[in-house]
Write a protein that binds this ligand. Sequence first.
Ligand code: ZN
Length: 134
Amino acid sequence: MNSASYLNKAAAKLLTIALSVEPVARSRHAAGLVFRRTLLVTGTNKKKTHPLALEFARNKDATTLHAEVDCLVRWVSRYGVTTLPDCELVVVRVSAKGEPTNSCPCKGCSRALRSFKVGGVYYTEGSSGLLRKL
Ligand SMILES: [Zn+2]
């Protein structure tokens, strides 16, 4: 299934952001929330943590802030939670070579995205950079 062009546009923007991220455990991720076809808020993975990162960590040792949760935190502080069901989240990852690679959200992030009722989730599946719906 091909994703809509506005989602691919958001992914292209996020890939340029991911390229500028300091790698955490060799990973460079960027996530964005799209509302009414417009990419409004972005987030990246970070070495620091956050109360939400702890709450939704996939295990007790995985406490760094993932791009998806960083993006959720930024969205909620700006717009609150009521608009999240009308949003789509796009998450991308770039490899050490700088190419798109699989960015399927981890269990912890999937749980956070469900719990915040985000309307749809898309991630890069391979080096093509094509998006797949979670
Ligand atoms: Zn995650």
